[in-house]
Design a protein around this ligand. Structure first.
Ligand code: PBG
Length: 344
């Protein structure tokens, strides 16, 4: 067996110096190419986009090069994704603070920003996957992914009921993939049942199965405007960064409940988790190279410390080597462009 998850050492009889020289096939670009174990293509990329209810694109200072787009800008980006061979985009709304409430009811309103964006992109008639986030944090005044009890604890089952309605609301507006990112227990099974009951059997569930309580989400929270609002942290529902084995249980439960595809998030600091999940369960596994990872690479490159193209492409290839079927990345259009021009 080769590749991810292989922890056994090769037999020494596989080769001994000097008859065997592992540098021999590394000498030329053509021979390196012939034996490359992993490869990256635009089909591996999922492009996350931020949408806001305004007329102009707005820069995100902690994510240089990424913008909050108006709905029209998302439609343009969707066309660009198709031209670049990127199979799917993921939409994240920047909600007007005036619409945020403790119960996040804007999430289930039929005409909310995400639904209007979905229908605008759907009207463009593109062969493109539309993924939406299922969680309440863009809509709650307290910035948490669910509903709070009197002690400020995120309650599980009542939250899941709202998430089910949110997922159906998004499916009605035309999303083909819902991505629950909330980490409530049991939500995948109940969302699946709610979608099926509403005759959305073909809407996929891509669950954030192993999502960690990570410091690397900071720039994302700036982008969607939830960082100022967030009270406390998300450690009572997102996973403890100390735990790897627990990720296998999270993924196995989500798959048993009907998740089609699973996500490990963040990406590079959790590549061990990606490899273990893929090796243990074999399900389609995606990594999310999150906002903080984007910021590290983009800012280090801007400061002249890294070669942007080389470092970004190496990071993306590492996900493929680690067993991932694909990667959510803010570098998606740039990486697809480099691949198209042969610079990948
Ligand atoms: C919200 C959500 C978050 C991200 C995706 N969905 C932030 C969070 O959990 O606080 C982070 C993505 C990124 O950092 O790029 N449910």
């Amino acid at each position: 067996m080769t590749g991810f998850g292989d922890t056994t050492s090769p037999e020494p009889s596989l080769g001994r110096y000097p008859a065997t020289r592992l540098r021999r096939p590394r000498r030329h670009a053509w021979s390196r190419r012939m034996v490359a174990e992993a490869s990256l293509s635009p089909s591996d990329l999922i492009w996350p986009l931020f949408v806001h209810d305004g007329d102009a694109a707005i820069d995100i200072p902690t994510m240089p090069g990424v913008q909050r787009l108006p709905i029209g800008g998302v439609v343009e980006a969707a066309r660009r994704a198709v031209d670049l061979g990127i199979p799917a985009i993921a939409l994240f709304p920047v909600t007007d603070p005036a619409l945020k409430t403790d119960d996040g009811r804007e999430a289930v309103r039929e005409d909310n920003l995400i639904c209007r964006t979905l229908s605008a992109v759907r009207d463009a008639g593109l062969d493109l996957g539309l993924i939406t986030d299922v969680a309440l944090d863009p809509y709650t005044a307290h910035g948490h992914d669910g509903l709070l009890d009197a002690d400020g604890y995120v309650v599980n089952d009542a939250t899941v009921e709202v998430l089910c309605r949110q997922a159906v609301n998004q499916a009605k507006a035309g999303c083909q993939v819902v991505a629950p990112s909330d980490m409530m227990d049991g939500r995948v099974g109940l969302i699946r049942a709610a979608l099926d009951a509403a005759r959305f059997e073909d809407v996929l569930i891509m669950s954030y199965a192993a999502k960690y309580a990570s410091a690397f989400y900071g720039p994302f929270r700036d982008a969607v405007g939830s960082s100022g609002a967030l009270r406390g942290d998300k450690r009572t529902y997102q996973m403890d960064p100390a735990n790897g084995g627990e990720a296998l249980r999270e993924v196995a439960m989500d798959v048993a409940e009907g998740a089609d595809w699973v996500i490990v998030k963040p990406g590079l600091p959790y590549l061990d988790v990606c490899a273990r999940v893929k090796a243990a369960l074999g399900v389609p596994t995606f990594a999310y190279q999150v906002s903080g990872e984007y910021a590290m690479l983009a800012m280090a490159a801007a400061a002249g410390a890294l070669d942007r193209r080389a470092a970004v492409m190496e990071s993306l290839l590492a996900f493929k080597r680690g067993g991932c079927d694909g990667v959510w990345t803010y570098f998606a259009p740039e990486a697809a462009g480099w691949l198209a021009s042969g610079e990948g």
